[in-house]
Write a protein that binds this ligand. Structure first.
Ligand code: C2R
Length: 173
């Protein structure tokens, strides 16, 4: 097996702009972990600590990390800067907060110039950031594909059960 096909210790690198982002960002890690996917969270900012971002990207490439998630609020340039420095798929997670409740972060993350894509999920969409990373990894790792199938089965069943409970709770007329 070539080094590229070997399963790396860390599959997903999650970078976030500030420690204040962590309550939302940790949900990316936890969702990945539920699917059996290893990840690490790095607090680094394209504005405040650009060197740390670039150093991490060097290590991520060396260690064969497969997908990167860039999380940031307000003037959210982190995911875009990451995308400019890697050929790995980059998922952008815009975070709420500040005067525009996340709209500023959403637009700063999603409006990338042609050729430098950031796959942007909803504001505070931590779960979908993780699920999208998992779908990318599932192309290469059949066990992750299976974990996603199982998660979808469970999600459907939870949905049906809550729909039945809600309908049963309606006042009859
Ligand atoms: P503080 O709470 O530390 O003041 O940060 C962070 O993600 C956070 O949501 C406020 C907000 O600034 C964001 N930030 C960025 C970047 N670095 C930090 N948008 C960046 O590099 O894009």
């Amino acid at each position: 097996m070539s080094a590229n096909n070997m399963r790396p210790a860390i599959m997903v690198g999650i970078l976030t702009g500030s420690p204040t982002d962590l309550p939302t960002v940790v949900k990316v890690r936890d969702t990945l972990s539920d699917l059996g996917i290893s990840s690490e969270i790095i607090v680094a900012s394209a504005h405040r600590t650009p060197d740390k971002v670039f150093k991490y990207l060097e290590r991520a490439h060396r260690e064969n990390v497969q997908v990167l998630v860039g999380c940031a609020g307000v003037a959210a340039h982190l995911a875009g800067v990451i995308a400019g420095h890697t050929r790995l798929p980059v998922i952008g997670l815009p975070l709420s907060g500040g005067v525009m409740s996340g709209l500023d972060a959403l637009l700063s993350t999603v409006q990338m110039p042609p050729g430098v894509p950031v796959a942007t999920v909803a504001v505070d969409g931590a779960k979908n950031a993780a699920m999208l990373a998992a779908r990318i990894l599932a192309l290469k790792y059949p066990d992750i594909n299976q974990a996603l199938e199982e998660a979808a089965r469970q999600e459907r069943s939870r949905y049906e059960q809550s729909a039945e409970a809600a309908l049963a709770g309606l006042t009859p007329r």
